[in-house]
Every structure is written in C-alpha cells, then in structure tokens.
Design a protein around this ligand. Sequence first.
Ligand SMILES: [Zn+2]
Length: 200
Amino acid sequence: MNIKECLLDDENDYPVDTATIGSLIASSGQKHLWAERADAGLNTIDTIVIHYMSASAVSPEDPYGLSRLLKIFCDYGVSAHYLIARDGEVYRLVPEEMKAWHAGPSIMPEPDNRTGVNEFSIGIELVATESSGFTDAQYEALNGLCADIEGRRRKKMVYAGHDMVAGERAVSLGLRKEPKVDPGPLFDWSRLTRIIRIIG
Ligand SMILES: [Zn+2]
C-alpha cells in the first residue's frame, strides 16, 4: 500500500498559500491536530468512518487542490487519519494510534450506541463535492487502504458513514445541532468490498 505521509503537525513544511501546514498549526498554539486516545490500547480501534470533503466553499476554482484541503483542516482545527485524492493517492494525515477530530459529536447505530466515535475509529476523507460522486481510483484506493488496515490490525473493522453516526439520530438525541450528510447517497457502499487480508 503506497501511502504518502503528510502529517498535520507543526513540523510539516508542506506549502499552503504563503505559509506551511506546520506554521499554521504552530500559530494556532498547537503541535498537531490530534490527541491521545483515552484508551490507548490499539485494540480499541474497531471502526472506520467514511467522509467526503472538498474546498468548494472556500475556493470553487480549485475544489480538489491538496493544499486547499489541508488548509481547511488547519483553519477549522479538525483532522482525519487519511485523505484519498481524486486520483486515488492516499495521504496519511494523523497516525492511526492517535485520535483524529473527524466525527465530532456522534453515536454509533443501534445496538452499539457508543458515543464519541473519534475515540475508537479511523477517519477516512474522500475528496469529493456533494454532487461529484467518487472516482474509480478512489474506490480502488479505499478498498486497498481498508484491507491494509484490517491486515495490519488482524481484525475486521466496522464501517460507518459520517451521516450514520452524526446524522439525524445524533441531532434528535441532542448530541449536535446540524446533521452530517457525508458520504451521502452518491457513495456506493457495494463497491467497498472490505477484503480481509491477514498478514503473516
Ligand atoms: Zn464528515
């Protein structure tokens, strides 16, 4: 699995506008856009949350530009473990063992009902807009990444959309004000074949 490291920390010199990822994070008084998991035992990670994001709201002329997308994380103080570009390139933004800030106030579907999904999940952002759908390369990369994660962790993961854990149910329970709608109806779950590959 070819994964490009581009960590959301204060040492990352990837350029965004006239600054760098690292300088933006440092100027917000942080060292990185992640936190320790409350229970750092790696076996607590059992869920993968699928999202989409674009920069269309801030730069409609370049909605898929990597530096635009990375700047959004810095500007809003949010993060995800992985970002999958339109061409299928996979970027690691947060170390898996750390807690990324991707799901926000959230609750697992019945009967699980655990809240605070960031604590036990890995967040994957697919670069897309509300109407673009997803590319074949992204589905291929996502399958590869999920197989890679399951293989390394030697366990089957549970898959959820952001809309499944932070949608209308989370709103009706008073956990959050606005429902999340990603990855939405254009994401074809049947193309996530979830191949388990046990290494070693
Ligand atoms: Zn999301």
